[in-house]
Structures are given as structure tokens and as C-alpha cells.
Design a protein around this ligand. Structure first.
Ligand code: NAG
Ligand code: NAG
Ligand code: NAG
Ligand code: NAG
Ligand code: NAG
Ligand code: NAG
Length: 633
């Protein structure tokens, strides 16, 4: 039987902001006042128009030529349209005129002389349900506050969501922004317990998801989004047995200035809908995007074993979107059953982070127990000189997808419902929690790691290749790792699954068997030492190549493993589940500690040379890990 799926809104939502990118708006006259021809009073924000292209070609400068040009062909020069008819404006100066403006890259819709590439305006946000009887609107805004100067910081404020004795359904929201361009994204979480009073009184600096009692997403707003309108079949239950407290988390777009009256207008209905709604967050938390790559790809799958074990019934997906940042080029979200594609939820499409695509499904998509959902993220770091890692800062990347679904069992905790199915280098913690160990992920047999069977041959080979003869990384060992181990064993390759192995080893309640832990206790310090040596040498080689002909070889900077050189915890998702990510990412710290006990290990080994490595475990290793853990906890 064919499932008929009607995609209701596949429209690219028109942006509310100025010429697409905040950083450009000060570079053209009246850059923050360019009117949107489709909507009165709004400003236009798309740089995919003839003016945007000409601006780019002019080196992103307001030149006399650009000013005198008529990019959209409507008979007026760009300068005339933007209030600089004499082409004398310079950055920072007041334009000759600030009224009577029009868009230099978009023809008036009724123009006889030129035509836009579309025939009518893109669909504006519309949500008839918001106008129905029984609907009330309440504004949740943060108090005026200075934005954090640390780029990765968010602002969090708590609210009481329910103000009626009987439950209501939240049915949608619209953003509130007095000053535009100050917020990059906003999230409202529901809280299972009342947050501290200080969070109700005024906004506090926080990281995304810092509060373990507030992790279930209920609203989501990103740049370019005009609002959310939930399916008529479901809403978030507020009051009664539903949510009582919410935590609004805002990511400022800049690191200076003030945020004034920003937040969400939230719509509630007392006419309860048939189902309670929930939000799923899927994706990969360990992204490493090397510089100068035209194409880098990460995929995440929420595995079948987890959906079979955590979902108590068929779920119905009513909306889906992918969330990436500015390096993203393409994205796709798809539903699979027994290894076969059922359908795309979000088909492969060119991705622009500030033009979010939220797809609504009517009828909803059936998501059965045991089904898999796959998030595909594609990036380009071509113009970029630095490795990009996971995070919510504007120079970071994400590979996340969000879906609304029903029924949401409001009596279960978010963890018990698996509302967050995310992985670290392909390792999904839900695997451990199902008690079922998985098979192969990213070419690495995870079962073998957990039992230790997959570690033993590597341990033996490391012996043969003189990895244990001295502290650090011997030449023979380095050669073995870079030319044999890394290319042939995905579990140990830093570019493939090594992070997953580290995650399994270092996490607080490690699922590794005693045997596996014993091998890792011996192997891990050497592995990390060799890895950083190999990476350093590769970087030096690159630098040498780049500065050819090398008259003076580049100064040898100390090159610590990529992720630890900021000295700041880069990870912002501080739920207990993800706390370990920090530790994995900064595993170089662990290495420092483990290296300290290595001497002792070596000494013991001399006594019991060919013993089972399990016996090499010692309490100090555990104490060392504990210390690192506590430093972040
Ligand atoms: C809520 O915010 C919107 C948008 O800023 C505003 O139009 C409306 O009057 C506010 N409503 C209340 C009750 O304050
Ligand atoms: C909100 O819901 C809780 C739990 O049902 C209830 O105890 C409380 O009175 C409600 N708050 C208001 C202001 O009605
Ligand atoms: C991600 O999935 C796509 C489509 O199935 C596939 O072509 C690609 O090779 C996958 N990428 C990785 C890194 O596995
Ligand atoms: C990246 O490095 C190259 C070579 O060192 C340099 O020419 C270029 O300007 C750098 N680009 C950025 C964006 O920093
Ligand atoms: C992993 O699973 C085991 C039992 O299956 C459980 O005891 C342990 O707490 C789990 N670890 C984590 C970190 O959830
Ligand atoms: C993965 O490792 C386990 C344990 O060593 C082994 O039983 C299983 O056959 C391996 N799976 C594959 C596909 O090699």
C-alpha cells in the first residue's frame, strides 16, 4: 500500500533580517532598512539576488560602480534605491536619505521592466489555529541584559509556564525581538523540577542544555524562522500532569551590547488536542571538520535496537528539521525499516543555516518500533584555516535533527523516552542502556571493543612493535601505528572511530569488560602519545609544503591535539549524558594523568612480562580518571 504523504509546508521561510548577513548590513547605505517587497514593514534578507551577487563581485564593498549599477533592472540605480543617489556614502556615514527606499536586487512585483526569478512572494508564516477561540497568548521574554562576552555562552531564564489550574496545550510560538539581529537561536526547554529562584529573577549565563532537569525541547527558533505552528493533532501539555516550568535559552549573535525584550510569544489552547506532543533530538556530537576540505560528511543513525527497546509504541512524526551551522552545504533526514528506505523526511537539499526548512507532515509519518532515522550532514571548510568542531558558537558546527512527534508519554523521564538519540563518533549511548551491544559502526566492531576480543590482537601487535619499551612513542611503534594500525583498524584510527573507543573507555560507568579495560589501561597512554606525535609531524609537513621554497623553516610551535588548545571546555551540552564528551575531547588531559602512572605500570610489567593485561590494572588509573571527571563535574 502506498503511503500518501502530503508535505504541507516546504516553503523556504522568508527572513526578517536585513541583507542576509549581519556583518554586511553596515557595508551598504541603509543596510538595515531595505524593505521586503512581500510584506509591509519587514526588511528583506536574501543575498541570492542580482544585487547580492554584484555586491559580492565588488569585494563586498559599496563602490561607485556598484552604486551606479541597476542590479535588478527596474530602472533605478542601486544608489537611488538605497538612499545614496549621488554615490557618496561611506561606511559609518548617514545616508543622504533614509526613506523612500526599495530593494536594489528585487524588482517591484508589478514592474513592467524586469521580473524576479519567482512569480509570487514565498509563503509567509501563517497559523490559523492561533486565531481560534480558546487560544491565549503569553509573552516570555528575558529582562534587558548585557550579552556574554564569551562567544559560546548563552543566556538562560526560567519561567512558570502554566497559569491555569487545568491543563492546556501549547500550539505554537512567534519570536519577540525588539532589537533585531541580536539573537542567533532560542530554545525553550521544559523542566521536570522547579529551577533555582535566581533563574526566574534574571537571565544567567549558561551553556546550551546546562540544566539537567530542563532537557526536553518544546520550542525552537533559529534565524530566519517566523514562528512555529504545531500539527492540529498534538500540542505540548502544560499544567496538570504536563510541564509546569520552562527554561528559555538564547544564543546572542554578538559578543557586545545588550539584549532587550527578546523571547517568545507562546500560544496555548484550552481545547486540548487529541495527543500530547514531544520533541526528538538526534545527531552526532563529535564533529571534526579539517580545514580546506570541499566536502566533509557525517551521518548519524538512531539505531534499531534503541528504538525497539525505548519506544513503547509507534510514534507519529508531525514535523522535522535539520540544524547545522554556517559550514553546512547539504542535509538529509530519512526513515528506514529493516534496512530499507521508507521515505525521506527532509530530502537531500542545499542547506543554509539562516534559511531553515521545517517540514510539516499531514498525515504524520509513522515511526515504528525498530525503525531507524538517519541524519546526514555535509559541510565545506574550503575557505577555512582551522579545524571546526562540534559546538553552538558561530565558528562551530552541529549535525542535529529535531522532530516533533506524538504520543509523548508525559509520565516518563526524557531519558526513558529516548528523546535524545545522539552519538559520539558513532557510538550511541542508548546501545549500552538497551543492554544489547551493537555490531559494526563506522567500520569498527563495537562488540569486540566491549568484550576485549577486538583489543587483544592490537595489544599483541603493539608488543611486537616495541610500543611498550619506553615512555612515549618509540620510532617502531609510531611506524606501526601510522602505517598499519590506523589505516587497517577503524576502531583505532583517529579519523574514524578512535573517539568512540576513547568514549567507551573513559566514560564514568564504562561498559568495557574487565579484560577490555585492562588492555586499554596499558595501550591508551601509548596510543595517545603516538597519535599526537603523528599529528604534529603531519602538521609540520603541511607547514613545510605550504611555505615552499622553505628558506626559513616555520617556527616549531607546540601543536597540542586540536581540541585542547583553547583551554576552555568547548562542549556546551552539559547534561550528565554528555558530560563525558568533554572528557573525551580533552583526552589529552587524561593522557597527562595516565602518563604519570605509566612508569609504575612499566615497572609492574617488567615483573610479570607476559601476564594478562588485566592484572596490570591499578587503582591509580581509576583515581586518575576520577580526578579528571571531578574537575569537570
Ligand atoms: C507580546 O509580544 C508581541 C510582540 O512583541 C506584542 O505585539 C504583544 O502586544 C505582546 N503581548 C503582551 C500581552 O504583552
Ligand atoms: C500549574 O500546575 C501545577 C500542577 O498541576 C498546579 O499545582 C499549579 O497550581 C498551576 N499553577 C497555576 C498558576 O495555576
Ligand atoms: C552517509 O550516507 C550517505 C547516503 O546513504 C552515503 O552516501 C555516505 O557515504 C555516508 N557517509 C558516511 C561517512 O558514512
Ligand atoms: C589561510 O591560510 C592561507 C595561507 O597561510 C592564507 O593565505 C589565508 O589568508 C588564510 N585564510 C584565512 C581565512 O585566514
Ligand atoms: C551501561 O549498562 C549497564 C547495564 O547494562 C549499566 O549498569 C550501566 O549503568 C550503563 N552505563 C551507563 C553510563 O549508562
Ligand atoms: C564483532 O566482535 C564480536 C566479539 O569479538 C564477534 O563475536 C563478532 O563476530 C564480530 N562481528 C563481526 C561482524 O565481525
Amino acid at each position: 500500500m502506498k503511503t500518501v504523504l502530503k508535505v504541507l509546508v516546504a516553503a523556504i521561510v522568508p527572513l526578517q533580517f536585513a541583507m542576509a548577513h549581519i556583518e554586511f548590513e553596515s557595508l551598504i547605505p541603509n543596510g538595515d532598512r531595505v524593505p521586503n517587497p512581500c510584506r509591509d514593514g519587514a526588511v528583506w534578507a536574501d543575498d541570492k539576488n542580482p544585487f547580492g551577487l554584484d555586491f559580492k563581485a565588488a569585494g563586498q564593498q559599496w563602490t561607485a560602480d556598484l552604486c551606479r549599477k541597476d542590479s535588478d533592472g527596474d530602472g533605478l540605480t542601486n544608489g537611488q534605491e538605497l538612499g545614496d543617489p549621488d554615490c557618496v556614502w561611506t561606511v559609518g556615514a548617514a545616508p543622504a536619505r533614509m526613506t523612500g527606499l526599495s530593494h536594489p536586487g528585487i524588482c517591484p512585483l508589478d514592474s513592467a521592466t524586469c521580473k524576479n526569478s519567482w512569480t509570487k512572494c514565498p509563503n509567509a508564516f501563517s497559523c490559523p489555529a492561533m486565531e481560534e477561540p480558546g487560544v491565549t497568548v503569553r509573552n516570555f521574554t528575558i529582562k534587558s541584559t548585557a550579552v556574554p562576552t564569551y562567544e559560546k555562552m548563552h543566556l538562560c531564564q526560567a519561567f512558570e509556564l502554566n497559569n491555569t489550574a487545568s491543563p492546556v496545550h501549547m500550539i505554537g510560538s512567534r519570536p519577540i525581538m525588539v532589537n533585531k539581529n541580536v539573537i542567533r537561536h532560542m530554545v525553550m526547554y521544559s523542566c521536570s523540577q522547579k529551577p533555582d529562584q535566581a533563574l526566574f529573577d534574571s537571565p544567567q549565563q549558561c551553556y546550551m542544555g546546562s540544566y539537567p532537569n530542563c532537557i526536553e525541547l518544546i520550542n525552537l527558533w533559529g534565524e530566519g524562522n517566523e514562528g512555529e505552528c504545531f500539527s492540529r493533532l498534538s500540542g505540548f501539555r502544560v499544567g496538570g500532569e504536563g510541564f509546569q516550568y520552562g527554561m528559555l535559552s538564547l544564543k546572542p549573535a554578538k559578543t557586545n551590547g545588550f539584549i532587550n525584550e527578546a523571547g517568545l510569544s507562546i500560544y496555548f489552547t484550552s481545547n486540548l488536542r487529541p495527543h500530547d506532543q514531544g520533541t526528538l533530538t538526534y545527531g552526532e556530537f563529535e564533529l571534526i571538520l579539517p580545514p580546506r576540505r570541499a566536502a566533509v560528511n557525517y551521518n548519524h543513525t538512531c539505531p534499531s535496537v534503541c528504538t525497539r527497546s525505548f519506544h513503547s509504541e509507534t510514534r507519529y512524526i508531525t514535523a522535522a528539521t535539520i540544524y547545522m551551522q554556517s559550514y553546512a552545504t547539504k542535509g538529509r533526514l530519512s526513515l528506514w525499516r529493516n534496512g530499507a528506505l521508507v521515505q525521506d523526511l527532509v530530502p537531500l537539499h542545499a542547506y543554509e543555516y539562516n534559511v531553515p526548512k521545517v517540514l510539516l507532515f499531514d498525515p504524520p509519518v509513522e515511526y515504528r518500533r525498530g525503525d531507524e532515522i538517519k541524519t546526514e550532514c555535509y559541510y565545506s571548510t574550503k575557505g577555512n584555516n582551522h579545524t571546526v568542531i562540534f559546538g553552538y558558537g558561530s565558528n562551530d558546527e552541529t549535525c542535529l535533527s529535531f522532530m516533533h512527534y506524538y504520543p509523548n508519554n508525559i509520565h516518563l523521564s526524557p531519558l526513558a523516552k529516548l528523546v535524545q538519540c545522539t552519538s559520539i563518533s558513532g557510538y550511541n549511548p542508548c546501545w549500552n542502556d538497551t543492554g544489547i551491544t551493537p555490531h559494526i559502526e563506522n567500520g569498527c566492531n563495537i562488540t569486540g571493543l566491549i568484550t576485549g576480543d577486538g583489543l587483544k590482537p592490537v595489544y599483541t601487535a603493539m608488543w611486537r612493535n616495541q610500543c611498550f619499551v619506553s615512555m612515549g612513542c618509540s620510532a617502531a611503534c609510531q611506524d606501526y601505528m601510522s602505517n598499519t594500525l590506523f589505516p587497517s583498524n577503524a576502531c583505532f584510527d583517529p579519523k574514524r572511530s578512535l573517539k568512540a573507543l576513547e568514549y567507551l573507555y573513559i566514560r564514568y560507568h564504562s561498559p568495557l569488560s574487565h579484560q577490555a579495560k585492562g588492555y586499554m589501561n596499558s595501550m591508551y597512554p601509548i596510543l595517545k602519545s603516538c597519535q599526537s606525535q603523528i599529528e604534529t609531524l603531519a602538521l609540520l609537513d603541511q607547514a613545510r609544503l605550504a611555505s615552499k621554497p622553505a628558506v626559513n623553516p616555520p617556527a616549531v610551535k607546540s601543536v597540542p591535539p586540536v581540541d585542547c588548545n583553547t583551554g576552555k571546555p568547548h562542549e556546551e551540552v552539559l547534561t550528565s549524558k554528555n558530560l563525558m564528551v568533554i572528557i573525551v575531547v580533552c583526552s589529552c588531559l587524561v593522557f597527562a594523568l595516565l602518563a604519570a602512572v605509566l612508569l609504575l605500570v612499566v615497572r609492574i610489567r617488567k615483573l610479570r612480562l607476559r601476564d594478562s593485561p588485566t592484572k596490570l590494572r591499578n587503582e591509580q588509573d581509576e583515581a586518575g580518571k576520577e580526578k579528571v571527571y571531578n574537575a569537570y563535574g
